[in-house]
Write a protein that binds this ligand. Structure first.
Ligand SMILES: Cc1cc2nc3c(=O)[nH]c(=O)nc-3n(C[C@H](O)[C@H](O)[C@H](O)COP(=O)(O)O)c2cc1C
Length: 161
């Protein structure tokens, strides 16, 4: 089968992209901001480089076009924590992924425990098997759900194959 990324719908592109790399690790990304602590699962996530050490997150907009709390918080504090997910916290991770309004503490709502950050003003999740505190290097805005959007091209897929 052949697919043209320039003509497929966003839904089809999502399915193609999210199944292209597997299995997919899930980062439960904790942040904080004017509305307090926050956590959201991100599967558009990976380690990206070791020298310099870089992790990358792919954070979409909300369906109504507003920024998700995670990206708003990352922009306001310049930091975030990646908490890896195992089966023990899988259910809590899914609860954190529900579309709560700003101001809802997903970590507490999911029954998870906040641990104060060591080098960043962001709590990690105590139940996570391993966490990484991160300083934001760059936030790139690619535009909303529009393949021809305004962002700079960083290896954006066009075709499969
Ligand atoms: C398993 C899983 C993986 C997800 N991966 C992503 C992702 O990579 N990027 C993204 O923008 N949203 C992803 N989401 C959806 C966000 O977690 C969801 O929109 C969340 O409500 C955002 O919360 P926030 O507004 O507190 O940042 C994922 C959800 C789940 C359950």
């Amino acid at each position: 089968m052949k697919f043209d990324f320039t003509t497929e719908t966003p839904e089809v592109r999502y399915r193609l992209l999210s199944n292209f790399v597997g299995p997919r690790p899930i980062a439960l990304v904790s942040t904080t901001g004017k509305n307090g602590p926050n956590a959201a699962p991100m599967s558009f996530f990976n380690v990206f480089s070791h020298d310099p050490a870089i992790l990358i997150l792919g954070i979409q907009k909300r369906l109504d076009g507003r920024d998700k709390d995670t990206v708003a918080n990352i922009q306001s504090t310049g930091s975030f924590v990646v908490n890896m997910v195992d089966m023990a916290i899988a259910e809590g991770m899914l609860i954190c992924g529900l579309p709560f309004e700003p101001g809802v503490d997903e970590i507490a709502t999911a029954g998870l425990t906040k641990r104060p950050g060591v080098h960043v003003p962001v709590p990690s999740i105590a139940e996570s098997p391993c966490v990484m505190e991160c300083i934001t290097q760059e936030v790139i805005d690619y535009g909303r759900r529009d393949h021809s959007g305004q962002g700079r091209a960083h290896g954006r897929p066009r075709r499969l194959p």
